[in-house]
Design a protein around this ligand. Sequence first.
Ligand code: F6R
Length: 611
Amino acid sequence: MCGIVGYIGERQAYPIVVKGLKRLEYRGYDSAGVALIDEHLSVYKKKGKVADMEDAIVGQHLGGHVGIGHTRWATHGEPSDRNAHPHRSASGKLAMIHNGIIENYMAIKEELTQKGYHFSSDTDTEVLLNFIEDIRVNNACGLEEALRIALKRIVGAYCILLIDEDDPGTILAARKGSPLVIGIGKNEHFLASDASPIIEYTKEVVYVNDYQVAIVKKDELVLKNLGNEKVTPFITKLDMELAAIEKGGYDHFMLKEIHEQPATIFDCLRGRLLPEAGLIKMGGVEANIDALINAPRIIIVACGTSWHAGLVAEYLIEETCRIPVEVEYASEFRYRNPIIHPGDVIIAISQSGETADTLVALENAKEKGAFIFGIVNSVGSSIARLSHAGAYTHSGPEIGVASTKAFTGQLAVISMMALKMAAAKGTITTEKYTELLFELQAIPEKVATILKDTSHIEAIAEKYKDASDFLFLGRGYNFPVALEGALKLKEISYIHAEGYPAAEMKHGPIALVDENLPVVFVATRDRFYEKIVSNVQEIKARKGKVICVASEGDKVIPTMADDTMFVPDADELVGPLLSVIPLQLLSYYVGLKKGYDVDKPRNLAKSVTVE
Ligand code: F6R
């Protein structure tokens, strides 16, 4: 939610900041803006995407060696020019950008209004900025001290960058709950919400922690806590290539990421899955195997697509490890004062590793003594750092707002983890364990087979793109896949879609079925096959349009379905890694054919860092 970029050094700041904003646009695209200091402070901002801002400021003076930029996902105040960041302070001297929410901004605004301040936006950010300026004036102190004092008073989440016309050699930055990475170059520093705007210039980065303030000059980086004590910056080397964050010849990141899945799943399994040796090597699982297999209960905490991966994990872990699993929406779990027993294990699943609800749910559970295992894609992210142990999904940067390759990465990690735990616990036979290791090994190749020719899925998308509703149905391991298929379609094509366990259909949703309703069945050959065939017939009997995901070679389903998308056969425990792929493609093509921006669906943002 909101992307922030900053540059200080010897180059011109504007081109670097704008390029960085474009890389971060997946985080929000309601408005964009930059602030630059040359001789004076200039602020340019515009409702819409970064390109709209660029067009609007052609011909303006865009010089300066220090600059900050922002791409917004609106929280306080509608998307508009006036609510766009950066904001200027009342004196006109300071400019600030912010990712997060200041929860007590109303009280502070009231205080400032009584002192005669006027606000030109509806944002909490402008309030915080003027609060900082007011402290600086009243306490006759420096900006850094004023910032620290202000941060101690505010409640909420923030990553802020602050510049001062009278001190063009410094960017002040601070974070709590919203990410901040600082890239270290030669006589230059880069600041951003994630490493994607930085990777092109340097691989040496510092991940700033909560409650830290960074004083960034071109040749110096000082980190302090809010008590004004210096903290040694911990420099990490980025393990990411520029190509990973570019479209590489595809029209959209979403399509590129769907097609990357044979490689990303392979990368996730590589070095971990060793079927010939009958082994799964996962350091984080090995080191904590007793805690994991003796857990009286496992609670999985996640949001959205990651929550769907959690549902697959529930089926897998309960079946193979015989440990009770609960899957929780992080946003509900965090406010429910959940009961956590000694020994309970929390598994957090998150692509970004920054989702605010998941993060806070984990912090609460950690305080109650739970052991936290993180399944995260984004290396060095807040959830990865907060977890006691974990396993990265190694899916690479996911830029398309709708999650695709991160989901299959999560499924791959979960499958390996469940099998490793089951083997250690003795709840799986050696034959089944070995068979599943080989099944998993074959997945990347099978995904590649599905992706070889997608023209029939494109044709199905064309046929149904004008439907106003869709139903997605599945049983067992394919039930979470049905939910994921419905979520993808909603996000990308703005068509109302619902996912249901196929057997639940008769308890209500079947009333929706008529000749206009496309019903997508995830009907691969598994232990529920006969039952789902009956469900298909029930829909056909009511004149519904049936689209099926079926196993290759199935002769029955195509005789009943209006359209069929085939996937290679696989054991049902690893089946979701295949059955989700046609659904990702279906939603991509429907969105595309409806003329929508599939990489930046309306109202969404990639990383939900506000609750
Ligand atoms: C859907 C999607 C979201 C995310 C959710 C959690 O395509 O991307 O539903 O899955 O916001 O995000 P992470 O996994 O980053 O915690």
